[in-house]
Design a protein. Structure first.
Ligand code: CMP
Length: 145
């Protein structure tokens, strides 16, 4: 069934945004919403709150607020798992060895700067879509009265 997920083109891949958006469309996704934003460190911390306390958290926040990003609400059949599969493993360097055709292997920089983000579950997709597109309706819309 058709799902929505949140994709982010991160600062290190922004110069390839047009090429990546083409791949998204050719992979059967519809782009329902799109925003270019430059997060403050506070906003980046809030978005990645689940990683608070981890060793890499401060540098993750610095990276994600280092320049503009593009956030996209995308939809297709099984969008959440399909987009995760397309972007590949979190660590770009490992991705290059095990999944050389995935988008992080192609566009990522290192173990942290991995070019792309994808929501990892239905509940994170809902939260993350709401974070960037607060006006979009995520719940099924009631029909009739
Ligand atoms: P993302 O899928 O956006 O979710 C959390 C991000 O934190 C991840 O991509 C990476 O950019 C970064 N990250 C995750 N694990 C590590 C790690 N072990 N070392 C450095 N950065 C990491």
């Amino acid at each position: 069934y058709v799902e929505r997920t949140l994709a982010i083109i991160k600062p290190d891949a922004l110069h390839k945004a047009d090429e990546i958006e083409d791949i998204i469309l050719r992979s059967g996704f519809a782009v329902l919403q799109k925003r270019r934003v430059h997060l403050t460190p506070e906003q980046a911390s809030d978005f990645y709150a689940e990683h608070y306390g981890k060793l890499f958290f401060p540098s993750l926040v610095a990276y994600m607020s280092s320049g503009p990003i593009i956030t996209l609400m995308i939809a297709r059949d099984q969008a959440i798992s399909y987009w995760r599969e397309l972007i590949g493993p979190t660590n770009t360097l490992k991705a290059r060895q095990t999944h050389p055709e995935c988008l992080r292997a192609i566009y990522g920089t290192d173990d942290q700067r991995n070019a792309l983000h994808g929501s990892d579950s239905f509940s994170s997709a809902q939260r993350e879509i709401r974070f960037f597109f607060p006006d979009s309706i995520v719940e099924p819309v009631a029909t009739g009265q």
